[in-house]
Design a binder for this molecule. Structure first.
Ligand SMILES: [Zn+2]
Length: 113
């Protein structure tokens, strides 16, 4: 693997080298991380609705099919609106508060409105 070492962002000289996880400039001593951003690795997993739209906390959604709630006699009807969802980790990634209570739903049964 060839690592391309960029020129120093401080002084513009190309007398730079990699030292451990940093690039170092031999001319001015400036150091900067090899990995420019950790944002990608820290990013939340993207959760998409049935149409492939990305869902985020606070979105309003509609349930696209009747869903029977496990362990109860409640059925969430198709077309039920949820005003403000909350995304969570796990198999059922969307936390929904409805008039009938709070439920954990799969994003594939929801549509962003
Ligand atoms: Zn420099």
């Amino acid at each position: 693997m060839t690592i391309i070492i960029p020129a120093c962002s401080e002084c513009g000289m190309s007398n730079t080298y990699q030292y451990s996880d940093n690039f170092v400039c031999a001319d001015c001593g400036h150091e900067w991380p090899v990995t420019q951003s950790t944002a990608d690795t820290d990013a939340e997993p993207t959760i998409k609705d049935s149409n492939g739209n990305i869902l985020s906390d606070g979105d309003a959604v509609v349930i696209i099919k009747d869903l029977k709630v496990k362990g109860s006699s409640i059925t969430l009807k198709m077309g039920t609106k949820v005003k403000s969802i909350r995304l969570v980790d796990g198999d059922h990634e969307v936390d929904c508060k409805t008039d009938m209570g709070q439920f954990m739903l799969k994003a594939c049964f929801l549509k962003k409105v």
